[in-house]
Design a protein around this ligand. Structure first.
Ligand code: ATP
Ligand code: ATP
Ligand code: MG
Ligand code: MG
Length: 264
């Protein structure tokens, strides 16, 4: 851009460079998806095809940004972990956050149109996502972060499964079902499901109970710090081409992480 007397306004811009050598997690979340799910008549408590749309969008995110090593999501959210050394947009927070939110929104819309050709999106209610970036200093924090999201998925799913069975099959109004569930703990909800609806919660689909984790099957054999520039480039290429697995498994226990030490 040519210099002009107006250019001084650029100096008002502020940039937050995220700290180096820390894990960055970017979480995207659908805006007003409670309403969105009503408008497009999602099956309750879980619309399988809507989850498929989320998962397809998240997969596109992983394909577009090789710095993402693992991602976890459920409902209308996904959390993307960027490798510690990530230098995407020089770690500029605004660039990262706005790019993730916009990419997720367009990928969601693209996947929606393919999955639901008979439900065209209404221009007055299009799917959009917000995004935030959080930095964690140690892998223990990262592990706890993902555990937090998976516990949240479990708690919400148990609640929603019980709530919607009380409404759809039990004939209660939303308000009645809500009141019925006030003060109940997990075991109470399991019992309502089993005694009143013959549902063993343990047998519910894993994707509902555990959410979805996608991970790049990339194995780094040596300490990356020791590698030359060329070897690093080769690794980067491997990472880009690595197969991405989609799983519905426990990420709170150690197994998932122990099997993939390169994530740390
Ligand atoms: P970044 O991702 O960093 O924003 P960029 O390539 O988008 O990179 P910008 O500084 O945003 O760079 O510049 C946008 C560029 O897009 C312009 O320099 C111009 O080349 C091109 N461009 C945008 N709109 C038009 C248009 N309507 N017709 C022709 N070229 C356009
Ligand atoms: P906000 O804009 O603050 O995020 P929100 O309405 O999106 O508000 P969330 O807490 O993000 O609220 O909850 C998302 C809601 O979207 C869920 O509570 C649920 O009602 C609905 N939802 C998302 N995915 C599905 C799905 N696959 N099946 C059924 N309902 C879903
Ligand atoms: Mg939301
Ligand atoms: Mg949400």
């Amino acid at each position: 851009m040519a210099n002009s007397r107006f250019e001084y306004v650029k100096q008002f811009e502020r940039e937050n460079f995220l700290l180096p050598d820390t894990y960055i997690v970017i979480r995207v979340d659908g805006k007003g998806f409670h309403k969105f799910s009503e408008k497009y008549e999602f099956e309750k408590p879980n619309d399988e095809r809507a989850l498929k749309v989320m998962n397809q969008a998240a997969l596109k995110m992983m394909e577009s940004f090789p710095d993402i090593t693992v991602t976890y999501g459920d409902s209308d959210e996904y959390s993307f972990l960027l490798q510690k050394k990530c230098n995407l947009f020089e770690r500029r927070e605004m660039k990262l956050v706005s790019t993730f939110a916009s990419h997720m929104s367009v990928y969601y819309m693209y996947a929606w149109n393919k999955e639901f050709p008979q439900k065209p999106l209404d221009p007055s209610r299009l799917p959009t996502f917000d995004a935030r970036a959080v930095q964690y200093p140690t892998f223990r924090h990262v592990r706890d972060y993902f555990s937090w999201r998976q516990v949240d998925c479990h708690i919400n799913n148990l609640y929603n499964t019980t709530f919607w069975n009380l409404v759809i099959r039990g004939g209660l109004t939303g308000k009645e079902a809500e009141n019925r569930l006030i003060g109940t703990v997990s075991s109470d909800k399991n019992e309502i499901l089993f005694k009143e609806f013959g549902i063993n919660y343990n047998n519910e689909p894993e994707i509902y109970k555990k959410g979805t984790v996608m991970v790049r099957d990339y194995v780094s054999s040596r300490e990356e710090q020791e590698l030359s520039e060329r070897q690093l480039q080769r690794l980067e290429k491997q990472r880009r081409k690595a197969n991405i697995s989609t799983l519905h498994v426990d990420i709170i226990k150690d197994d998932f992480w122990n099997e993939r030490p390169w994530l740390e």
